[in-house]
Design a protein around this ligand. Structure first.
Ligand code: PMP
Length: 433
C-alpha cells in the first residue's frame, strides 16, 4: 500500500544506521496523539524519547515559535544576544535550584553533557569522571564514553575518551536487594573504586541521572544521591546531575534530583522537554563555578537558537499555568498502579518501577534460576511491537533490552492513561497470554 511504499522509499535513502522502533510515518500530531499517513491515530507514550513535554504542537508553543520566526531565527549568541534567550534564562531562574544561577546553552543533550565535563575539568584541573552503570549520556564520542547503557552505543569506534570510570548503580531489583542494602552496596563499591583505581583527588566529577533513562528506567534512590553529595563535598568533586530525560516536570517534581531532600547539585544538565521538541539544551551552575570556564571556552554556531528559546519560554509558561508537574505526578501514580496490577497476573513481568511519567516494565524469564533475574529481551521486543497493533507507541530500553518504557506527555489525561493501560495489557496478553 501507499504507506509501505513511503517507508521503503525512506529506507532506501536514509542511513541503515537508524533503527526505527515503529513503521509509523507521521502526518500530524497533537497532544498525546500521532496521526499516521496510514490513517491510524496512535496514542503516543514515547513523546519523541521524552521530549514533547507539553504534548505535540501545543498551541502556545506553536504560536511562540511562529511569532519568533517572523522576528529573527538565528541570532548567533557569541555574535549578538537575543531576547528569547534572555527571557528563557529568566524563566529558568525561577525553576533552577537556589544558587544555580548561571546558564550556558547548546543544542542537544550530548553537547550539554560535554560542556559539563569541560567545565568540571577546567574548574578542578583533574582528569577523571566517575559514571554509574546503566547511565546514558549521549552519542557524541565523549558522551558515548560516559554511557554504560549498552555496548551498542560505543562498540566499534574506540578509543573512547579516557579518564572515565564506572561504579555500580544501586539496581535493587537486579541484585535481589532491598533499596537500603543496594544503596549501601553501591556506595561502598564507589569508595572501593576510589581506593583501588581512581584517587578522589584525581576525580573531576561524578555524573548521574536522577532516574536512569535509556539504561532501564530506574529511579536513583535519594539516599544514593545524598551519598554522592557527601563524597563530592569531602573530596572536592563536582556533582553533575543529568536531567536531560528526568527534568522539566517529567518525574512529578520539576527536577528528578528533588526527590533527594535538600540536594543541590554543582552542575545541572537539561534538554529534551525544555522546549517541547525544539532543539535546545543547557547546563546550569553557580556563577563562581561557571566562571572557571573562561570566555570563549564554550560555544557553538546554533546553541541557544532564538526559535527554540522562544518555544522554551512558552513551554515553561504552559507547564506552570497548566499545573503539568502535578499532572505528571498524579497521572504517573495512576500509570504505575495500573502496571503493578497487570504485573500481578503476568509472571514474565519481573519489575514495574518509575517516577512520575517515566514507567519501566522489566521482562524476565520467570522459570530461570540464577543469582540475578534472567532478562527476557524477546518478550519486551514482542510486547513493544504488539503495542503498535493496539495503536500504542512505546519504546524499549536497558542494557539487556528487556525493559519497555512508557513516556507519556505531561498533558496526558486520566482517560488517556486508562486507555494506554488497556492497550498495553492487551499487547501483553497477545504476546504472553
Ligand atoms: N542524557 C540523557 C539522560 C538522555 O536521556 C539523553 C538522550 N536520550 C542524552 C543525555 C543525550 O541527549 P541528545 O540525544 O539530545 O544528545
Amino acid at each position: 500500500d501507499d504507506n509501505t511504499t513511503e517507508i521503503h522509499r525512506a529506507r532506501a535513502t536514509l542511513s541503515p544506521a537508524l533503527k526505527q522502533a515503529t513503521p509509523v510515518v507521521v502526518d500530524h500530531a497533537t497532544g498525546s496523539w500521532i496521526h499516521g499517513t496510514d490513517g491510524r491515530s496512535y496514542l503516543d507514550f514515547t513523546t519523541g524519547i521524552g521530549v514533547t513535554s507539553t504534548g505535540h504542537c501545543h498551541p502556545r508553543v506553536v504560536a511562540a515559535a511562529q511569532e519568533q520566526c517572523g522576528k529573527i531565527i538565528h541570532a548567533q549568541y557569541t555574535t549578538v544576544m537575543h531576547q528569547p534567550l534572555l527571557e528563557l534564562t529568566d524563566a529558568l531562574g525561577e525553576v533552577l535550584p537556589d544558587g544555580i544561577d548561571s546558564v550556558f546553552y547548546a543544542n542537544s543533550g550530548s553537547e550539554a553533557v560535554e560542556a559539563s565535563i569541560r567545565l568540571a575539568r577546567m574548574a578542578t584541573g583533574r582528569p577523571n569522571i566517575v559514571v554509574f552503570q546503566g547511565g546514558f549520556h549521549g552519542r557524541t564520542v565523549a558522551a558515548a564514553s560516559l554511557t554504560t547503557a549498552g555496548t551498542r552505543f560505543s562498540a566499534g569506534f574506540s578509543p573512547l575518551m579516557s579518564g572515565v570510570h564506572m561504579a555500580p548503580f544501586p539496581y535493587a531489583y537486579r541484585y535481589g536487594m532491598d533499596t537500603d542494602t543496594a544503596v549501601d552496596f553501591a556506595l561502598r563499591e564507589l569508595d572501593y573504586l576510589f581506593a583501588s583505581r581512581v584517587a578522589p583527588n584525581d576525580t573531576a566529577a561524578m555524573l548521574i541521572e536522577p532516574v536512569l533513562g535509556d539504561g532501564g528506567y530506574l529511579p536513583t534512590p535519594p539516599a544514593f544521591l545524598a551519598g554522592l553529595r557527601e563524597r563530592a563535598d569531602r573530596h572536592g568533586i563536582v556533582l553533575i546531575v543529568d536531567e536531560v530525560q528526568s527534568g522539566v516536570g517529567r518525574t512529578g517534581k520539576f527536577w528528578g534530583h528533588e526527590f533527594c531532600d535538600g540536594l543541590v547539585p554543582d552542575i545541572l544538565i537539561t534538554a529534551k522537554g525544555i522546549a517541547s521538541g525544539f532543539p535546545i539544551s543547557a547546563i546550569a551552575a553557580p556563577t563562581e563555578l561557571m566562571a572557571k570556564a573562561w570566555p570563549g571556552s564554550q560555544g557553538g554556531t546554533y546553541g541557544g537558537n532564538a526559535v527554540a528559546a522562544a518555544a522554551g519560554v512558552a513551554t515553561l509558561a504552559v507547564i506552570a499555568e497548566e499545573n503539568l508537574v502535578d499532572n505528571a505526578r498524579e497521572r504517573g501514580d495512576q500509570l504505575l498502579a495500573g502496571l503493578a496490577t497487570l504485573a500481578e497476573r503476568v509472571p514474565a513481568i519481573g519489575d514495574v518501577r518509575g517516577q512520575g511519567l517515566m514507567a519501566g516494565i522489566e521482562f524476565i524469564d520467570p522459570d530461570a534460576s540464577g543469582s540475578v533475574p534472567t532478562a527476557n529481551a524477546a518478550a519486551a521486543a514482542k510486547v513493544q511491537q504488539a503495542c503498535i497493533d493496539q495503536d500504542l507507541l512505546t519504546l524499549t530500553c536497558g542494557p539487556l533490552g528487556n525493559v519497555v518504557r512508557l513516556i507519556p506527555a505531561l498533558v496526558v489525561t486520566a482517560d488517556e492513561i486508562d486507555s494506554g493501560l488497556a492497550r498495553f495489557g492487551a499487547a501483553v496478553d497477545a504476546v504472553l497470554g
